[in-house]
Design a protein around this ligand. Structure first.
Ligand code: EPU
Length: 362
């Protein structure tokens, strides 16, 4: 197990050992449809599409002309992406598999999962194996490899709090780097993989799950559900059931109604700004952060502007959670952006608060 010190180091440097047959085993699909590879179900095509089932596949792909000549897009579950047109380059689906316990001491169990595993399946796996700690993050769509990019978080817990380290393929050097928590620079819905190191491809993530488990019950909806159930000493399975039910009640199932979860981040404002806003809008929903700033509920701002449940063409604001935009059928990425801009403008003119989009627009 590693200490909390900041490290970023290569674990394999292997451009030389790659057998050429691996290159031949990779299939490149031309003009591939992406509709079923993004949870918004937006129609778009990739000039080239390949699937990487191993680090060797990634190394082989990184040596192809397709990789070097044009733009590249790394795709996990497609649950945080909005296509606004065809992709004129190479899309690589991350299909690396495997979950295993890789270490243990008296404080924690280390579980390593390959980037292509489903995040929710990993949560279920850890719970079934008797290693609680991820239950508040149950039912979040997407893959394990995508989870660190936006530092997924829900119901009082962020990935960063359970994170040990990750492995990432660096296409420039051909090496796989190991990065600890400090190296990943996790923030609210943010990490180094959204800024300086967008080029890195996460191949595996190792979680640190505490041996002495305590339920995370600081989120008010979770607390209310526990009280309603009369549960004073909940198990991890109880928390998982509560969070799964909360999510099912508010968030649309992408297999039924295309969406990418929250379309906007919750904006963070200074204490002074929060005070001013609260004077003008006594119902304002905001949460004090550890640094003294306030995180405002974007869903409340959007709802106050009258957008909840409203549609613009085939795109609508979800009627149970105003932070979620849904594709009612056949929407284009541009139509989603049109609604998003209209919402941003309303919120800006009423509250003078800037909303920031959450998904990656491609
Ligand atoms: N609210 C409204 N109208 C709504 C929904 C919510 O006014 O339509 C207000 C209520 O006061 C509510 C508060 O906003 O109490 C917070 O709502 P909720 O608990 O649904 O959480 P959220 O802040 O809207 C965030 C995350 C979600 C995550 C939940 C639970 C972001 C951008 N979103 O939403 O994450 O599931 O908290 O932790 O931080 C995602 O990122 O895709 C996602 C779904």
């Amino acid at each position: 197990m590693h200490s909390g010190c900041h490290y970023q180091q290569p674990i394999i440097a292997q451009p030389w050992f790659l057998p050429s047959r691996l290159v031949l085993s990779l299939q490149l699909h031309v003009g591939a449809p992406l509709k079923d590879l993004n949870t918004f179900h937006i129609e778009a095509r990739a000039a080239r599409l390949a699937s990487a089932g191993s680090v060797s596949d990634l190394i082989a792909l990184s040596r192809t002309a397709e990789w070097r000549s044009g733009p590249r897009l790394i795709l996990g579950g497609g649950s945080n992406i909005l296509f606004v047109g065809d992709f004129e380059g190479l899309v690589v689906r991350i299909a690396l598999r495997g979950i295993e316990v890789v270490g243990e001491n008296e404080h924690a169990v280390l579980v390593r999962a390959a980037a292509g595993e489903s995040w929710d399946a990993l949560v279920e796996w850890t719970l079934a194996a008797g290693h609680p700690g991820l239950e508040n993050l149950i039912r979040i769509p997407g893959t394990v490899g995508a989870a660190p990019i936006q530092n997924i978080g829900a119901y009082g817990l962020e990935l960063a709090e359970r994170f040990a380290e990750l492995e990432a393929f660096d296409p420039q050097s051909g090496e796989v780097l190991r990065m600890d928590r400090a190296a990943c620079r996790f923030r609210y819905r943010d990490s180094i993989f959204k800024s300086e190191r967008r080029d890195l491809i996460i191949t595996a993530v190792t979680l640190r799950l505490p041996k002495v488990w305590k339920p995370v019950v600081n989120y008010k909806d979770v607390l209310a559900a526990l009280q309603a159930r009369g549960q004073t000493a909940p198990s991890a399975a109880d928390i998982a059931a509560i969070v799964a039910a909360l999510r099912a009640a508010k968030l649309p199932d992408p297999s039924e109604l295309g969406n990418v979860g929250s379309f906007f981040k919750n904006p963070v404002v200074s204490a002074a700004r929060h005070r001013d806003l609260l004077e003008k809008f006594p119902g304002l929903v905001g949460y004090l952060q550890s640094d003294g700033s306030y995180k405002l509920a974007a869903a409340w701002l959007i709802e106050q502007c009258g957008w909840k449940g409203r549609a613009l063409g085939p795109v609508a604001v979800h009627d149970k959670q105003a932070l979620v935009l849904v594709n009612c059928g056949g929407a284009t990425g541009e139509q989603v952006l049109t609604l998003s801009r209209a919402i941003e403008q309303s919120v800006h003119s009423r509250f003078a608060v800037e909303l920031e989009r959450e998904p990656v627009v491609v």
